[in-house]
Ligand binder design. Structure first.
Ligand code: ATP
Ligand code: MG
Ligand code: FE
Length: 335
């Protein structure tokens, strides 16, 4: 089967063709980062306009790379939520138009389910499994007992990990998106600033990053007021050490408690080198448990992951109608 995936939930216009659920035939991502940079974040109106301008050429390039036409496509999979509503609607309406014009089945995919299924492009899933999802808008531990079944066992109570990275980066006057810049500085620095580890209640799998973010901002402001210099490299390293320690500890504890066969890393922050190596260290001696980490290009937003998740839904017989809508707050347990 060939599934054509479409992703427009935020600031990447992306399309991809996946063969038999696991093989990438083509994968095109058109990023708008340059247009949003000067505003320090994604501007929804600009995002929607870019998607409209880019989507046709992204589709053409995707078919061209695969040397296929829409006649040979078995299903169209598109992100229907969560995300920016105007951005989602561009992908959803393009998907509907193609599905209608060519008589191809249409499947709406949850964006975070897509991030998780990026892992299936690396290795076949074995259940039950646990996924640590860390992205710009989400930080959660998702338990899956089988394909298409998602149980959120813990989630952030305030900022997402990626959001905290981007806000801390802004405080350190680094360009948007700040995650990769903090990651780069952290690799050169040391954990010298005593920043908090936010564990929440005993046994909880929830997360909280706003206190840590405020601690970094206060450190910078207090130094400025005293006319002192901060060490941005060590501050980045200290911030990253706190984030990585909490994410790793909770993931290991949940993996043991839920007795899973695999642990999958997912979402844009999965590109973080500190997090990747901390998880690799933590799981190295656990023989019963397999850790999967996607290549960096499949961690940040792309449509290969949407086509991968869409293939599983297609095989399960799930279909959406031409009345499908964009759902900015779509729930992964319900969709
Ligand atoms: P969501 O997936 O929750 O809807 P999103 O799609 O906007 O949100 P992603 O594209 O999945 O988010 O991830 C983007 C986030 O990943 C940004 O916050 C970015 O700073 C962060 N990020 C990317 N690379 C790194 C890195 N190396 N270290 C830390 N954070 C990173
Ligand atoms: Mg993005
Ligand atoms: Fe995402």
């Amino acid at each position: 089967t060939f599934v054509f995936g479409i992703e427009t939930s935020c600031d990447e216009t992306a399309a991809s063709i996946i063969k038999n659920g696991t093989e990438i035939v083509s994968n095109v991502v058109s990023s708008q980062i340059e247009s949003h940079k000067r505003f320090g974040g994604v501007v929804p109106e600009i995002a929607s306009r870019h998607h409209v301008e880019q989507i046709v050429s992204v589709f053409e390039e995707t078919l061209k790379q695969a040397d296929l036409t829409f006649q040979e496509i078995d299903a169209i999979a598109v992100t229907k939520g969560p995300g920016l509503v105007g951005a989602l609607l561009v992908g959803v309406n393009a998907a509907k138009a193609i599905a209608f014009a060519h008589g191809i089945p249409l499947i709406g995919v949850h964006h975070i389910a897509g991030h998780i299924y990026a892992n299936r492009l690396v290795k076949e899933m074995s259940f039950p499994l646990l996924s640590l999802v860390v992205s710009g808008g989400h930080t959660e531990l998702v338990y899956m007992k089988e394909h298409g079944s998602f149980e959120v066992i813990g989630e952030t109570r305030d900022d997402a990990a990626g959001e905290a990275y981007d806000k801390v980066a802004r405080t350190l006057h680094l360009p948007y998106p700040g995650g990769p810049h903090i990651d780069r500085l952290a690799a050169e620095g040391q954990d010298t600033y005593a920043l908090p580890r936010i564990w929440l209640d005993e046994g909880s799998y929830d997360f909280s990053f706003s206190g840590l973010k405020s601690a970094v901002i206060n450190t910078v402001h207090n130094a400025e007021q005293r006319g002192e210099e901060i060490n941005p490299v060590n501050l980045a390293a200290s911030f990253q050490a706190s984030v990585v320690e909490v994410l790793t500890e909770k993931t290991v504890r949940a993996a043991k408690e839920y007795n899973v066969k695999q642990v999958l890393l997912a979402g844009g922050v999965a590109a973080n080198k500190g997090l990747r190596s901390s998880l690799e260290q933590a799981f190295i001696n656990m023989d019963q448990l397999e850790l999967i980490i996607p290549p960096i290009s499949l961690c940040t937003d792309n449509a290969a992951m949407i086509a991968a998740a869409g293939t599983v839904l297609f095989e399960q017989g799930k279909r959406d109608g031409l009345d499908m809508n964009g759902h900015p707050g779509l729930d992964i347990e319900q969709f």
